[in-house]
Design a protein around this ligand. Structure first.
Ligand SMILES: [Zn+2]
Length: 207
């Protein structure tokens, strides 16, 4: 029993010791709001901060909304700040099935094919024609990290995960922006499939 536990812990730690290790951040369903939609839903011009997240300048807002799809709704979905040019709801495939939505797997902000969704706050309700998406797997990093790893914005890499449900997953999009910290972003479905949590590590498989 103890031996089994030790083996599981070691398996989890192995990716962290890899020179291409990157910390994991798991995203639950959340929404980003435009300035105009923040006003409609909450009557606010600024978002109160609930807590900062790993990426500098980004934070979980002290605001929650309700999401409505054709089949169901979700209460108390976290708003992430700061405001974006366009509002969007980032959902898992499981969330989409529950809501009755067919949202595409795309990069955050790429809303051309996004699904319609309704969002309600304490002050109002909005119907968005193209706002629901499943975020494509991606890895954040700054330009200096990208250079050190020989990577460029929009490259794709595989990532190896340890642990009893570990494995190698394809198609992580590298996203490079000044001041970004290296971080692998997974949604809840992906994290549950791999049995990983925020703070665990994955190792990029670089050729
Ligand atoms: Zn991300």
């Amino acid at each position: 029993m103890i031996e089994q536990i030790i083996q599981q812990v070691i398996a989890r730690l192995v990716p962290a010791l890899d020179p291409n290790a990157v910390v994991i951040g798991v995203s639950n369903r959340h929404v980003h709001l435009s300035q105009a939609d923040l006003m409609t839903l909450f009557g606010l011009t600024e978002m109160p901060v609930f807590r900062p997240v790993r990426q500098p300048g980004e934070f979980a807002a002290d605001l929650k909304v309700d999401l409505y799809g054709p089949k169901a709704s979700f209460k108390d979905v976290r708003v992430m700040g700061p405001c974006r040019a366009q509002s969007q709801a980032e959902l898992s495939k499981t969330d989409c099935r529950a809501l009755g939505l067919q949202a595409p797997i795309v990069q955050s902000g790429h809303l051309e094919r996004a699904a319609p969704i309704e969002i309600a706050g304490p002050k109002g309700r909005i119907e968005l024609e193209r706002a629901a998406l499943v975020a494509a797997r991606h890895i954040h990093m700054g330009p200096s990290h990208a250079e050190a790893w020989g990577l460029r914005d929009q490259d794709t890499v595989k990532v190896r995960f340890g642990g009893v449900r570990g494995g190698v997953m394809d198609n992580f999009i590298i996203r490079v922006k000044e001041a970004w910290a290296p971080e692998i972003h997974l949604d809840i479905d992906e994290a549950n499939a791999l049995d990983v949590a925020s703070g665990d590590f994955g190792a990029m498989v670089l050729d």
